[in-house]
Each structure stands twice: as C-alpha cells, then as structure tokens.
Design a binder for this molecule. Structure first.
Ligand SMILES: *Cc1c(COP(=O)(O)O)cnc(C)c1O
Length: 375
C-alpha cells in the first residue's frame, strides 16, 4: 500500500512511452555507437589509464575525507592551477561531478533575495541548484537575449541577479554567444555563470571551451565526464570566488575530495586536449557533413551547429521505436524523451566522435532513413 504511488507512476510512464530503463551497452565491436559523450575517445586512452594507475599506486584510490578535513592533496591544488591556466582564469575548484558543481554552487551564490535567470533549455543540474538556493528563478526563451534583457530590466537595481546558461547545449547541440551574454551581464551588474560541460575538449581556445580566454565571466563551470573521458566537475573563477566557495559551497565542504586515480586521469586529459586541434577540425567537418546529409533526408536537426545533433520527432513512442530498430541494425542512438525535453517533443540524440569515419556516418544515415520509413 505504501508503495502504490510507485507502481502507478511506473505504469503511467510505460503507457506514455516514457519508461526509462537501464540498458547495458551491447558488447562486441559490431556496434556503431552514436550516443557516447566520449567524443575524443579519451576514456580508454593509454595516457589516462596510465596516470590513473600511477596516482592510485602513489596516493591510494580515495582521498579519505573532505578537502577541508584531511582530504586535500598537493595534486588537487596543482590540477586546479593547471586548469585555471588553460582556461585563463585566476583560479579553479574541482568537484566530484558536473552535477554536483551545478547543484551546489548556485546554492552558495544565491539566497531568497536573489534572482536567477536561466535559459529555458538549461540542464537539470542547473535547475536543481537554482531551486535549492531559494532564489526567485526565471527562465528566458532559448538563446533569446532580448527576452533575457527584458527580465533583467524588471529586477530592482539592488537585487542580486545571476544569469545562467550553457555554452554548448547538451541536447540542442547549439551554441551561446558568450560575448553578448557578458555584455548584458556587465550592463545590468549581474553575475554570469556558464556551463561548459559539452564544450570542454571540443571547442574554444586550447579546446577548453567557449569561455576560455575571455576574462570577466564570474563562473565558468565544466566537467571531465564527457569529452575529457573520466569524471568530475570544476568551476574556473577568481581567487576570491574560489575562497568564497571553499567556505560556502556544500558540494566542497560536505563531500570527499576528488579521488586520486580520477585526478590522474584529469591531469592526463588536460595534457592531451590542447594538442587535439586536428581531431577537433575533423570532428567539426564530420558533424557538418552529417547534419547536411540528415537534412537532405528531411530530418529536423533543429539549430545544431556542433557534434551534438538531435533528430527531433513528434512522439516519444517513435523515438523509442526508431532507436530499437537502429539497435537491431547495429547502430546505437538513444532516445531523449520527456521530461528531459518538453512534453510533446522527443529526439534521437546523435553524438559524433573522432572515431567515426565517413563510412560510419553513411551507415548511420542509411540505417536511420530505413528505420524512419518503417524498415
Ligand atoms: C552532463 C552535464 C552536466 C553534469 O555533468 P556530470 O559530470 O556528468 O555530472 C552538467 N551540465 C550539463 C550541461 C551537462 O550536459
């Protein structure tokens, strides 16, 4: 009886074609994977594996405590200094995941007197942080800076305002105009918080995201779980902001420090990413080719301009059915359904990686057009 809400919820999800299940990646090299965020292939790169092992052998596999207790190792500080140098900020601060950073940094920055104004399509972790901060949360239409400005103008002069958005959107695969956002933030004395989870390793100066090399962005947030190949999150900011977060951010204070093998893997990824200019160029070319091919087959890829290409469909049942058909053909493209995207929308989210060849892309286009046409 006490768990009836659970069975009702699961049943409803199933009827709407929205039941989520954990699928294990089918093993065997015969699958062409278009769903992984391991875009540069770093998750299995020998240098990351080697450095993760070295750090484990030298420091153990766990940090043992919060960094404020006895879990702060020299490699944590060194890694943060290296990250700050690469992004072009004074300082940086590591988190155990990108989700943890978003969910807890906003809590530290805002209170019930603040206003957080976030892009409508922001990641759930940003909303988590915004809502738990008790601030007033407002949303502007996706990329609509006029709408953002209208919302900024509505606020009292002395209200603390925080603009939050992503540089590359995780599902839309489109990009923000960082300089225009910064100009608005400056003009309205708002803090600017940009999530680069999908931009790290993929774009910008030294491959470190669209905010790299642009000074004056208050919080440049990112993560190592996507193209950087392992896991963890970060915030790049001023020394003062870092000190503030060490004192006020629950995700730093109440969480065990980043584990040594992960720090090793991150360190190696930061060594490799700036050197991957050729791979990034190829990736962009491949993504452009794929978008054009899909559009010529009548597919709706929205405003994607990156390696993330959503294929928008009307019905979540369609997304699931096409995804299952593709899997039978040896192609993995997972469906994204409500509530991750608004009700009434669904997509197949394609993520191009450096390991995809032209033949792989052609194979995807062929399998997709067959699956969409009911074969
Ligand atoms: C994946 C993602 C996160 C969460 O990062 P993890 O390190 O996987 O927890 C945060 N923001 C955006 C935009 C993301 O795509």
């Amino acid at each position: 009886m006490k768990t009836r809400f659970i069975s009702e919820y699961l049943e409803q999800r199933k009827q709407q074609g929205q039941l989520r299940q954990l699928r294990t990646i089918p093993s065997g090299e015969n699958y062409l994977n278009f769903s992984s965020n391991n875009t540069l292939g770093l998750a299995s790169h020998p240098l990351l594996i080697q450095r993760a092992s070295e750090y484990a052998a030298k420091f153990g596999v766990g940090a043992g405590a919060s960094r404020l207790v006895c879990g702060n190792f020299p490699f944590h500080d060194e890694l943060e200094a290296k990250l700050a140098r690469l992004i072009g900020t004074e300082a940086a601060l590591l988190f155990n995941s990108g989700y943890q950073a978003n969910a807890t940094v906003l809590t530290a920055l805002a209170d019930r007197h603040s206003v957080i104004i976030a892009d409508k399509n922001c990641h759930h972790s940003i909303l988590h942080g915004a809502i738990t901060s008790h601030a007033k949360v407002m949303r502007y239409r996706h990329h609509d800076l006029k709408h953002l400005e209208t919302l900024l103008k509505m606020q009292k002069d002395d209200a603390q305002k925080i603009i939050v958005t992503e540089s590359i959107f995780s599902i839309d695969g489109d990009q923000s105009d960082v300089l225009a956002l910064k100009a608005l933030a400056d003009h309205y004395h708002a803090l600017l918080y940009i999530d680069e989870a999908h931009a790290v390793g993929i774009t910008g100066k030294r491959g470190m995201g669209l905010c790299a090399g642009i000074s004056g962005i208050d919080i440049v947030m990112g993560g190592f779980g996507k193209a950087a190949g392992s896991c963890g999150g970060y915030v790049a900011c001023t020394h003062q902001m870092r000190s503030y977060l060490i004192n006020a951010c629950p995700g730093i204070i109440y969480s065990t420090g980043v584990a040594p093998p992960i720090a090793g893997a991150i360190d190696a990824a930061l060594e490799l990413i700036p050197k991957y200019e050729d791979q990034r160029k190829q990736l962009n070319e491949n993504a452009r080719w794929l978008r054009t091919a899909l559009m010529s087959h009548g597919c709706n890829v929205g405003f994607s301009s990156t390696h993330i290409i959503p294929l928008w469909l009307k019905d979540s049942h369609d997304a699931l059915a096409i995804s299952e058909k593709l899997e039978k053909k040896g192609v993995l493209v997972y469906p994204i359904r409500p509530p991750t995207v608004p009700q009434g929308k669904s997509c197949l989210r394609i993520s191009v990686s450096v390991h995809h060849t032209k033949e792989h892309l052609e194979c995807l286009v062929k399998a997709l057009s067959e699956a969409i046409n009911g074969n």
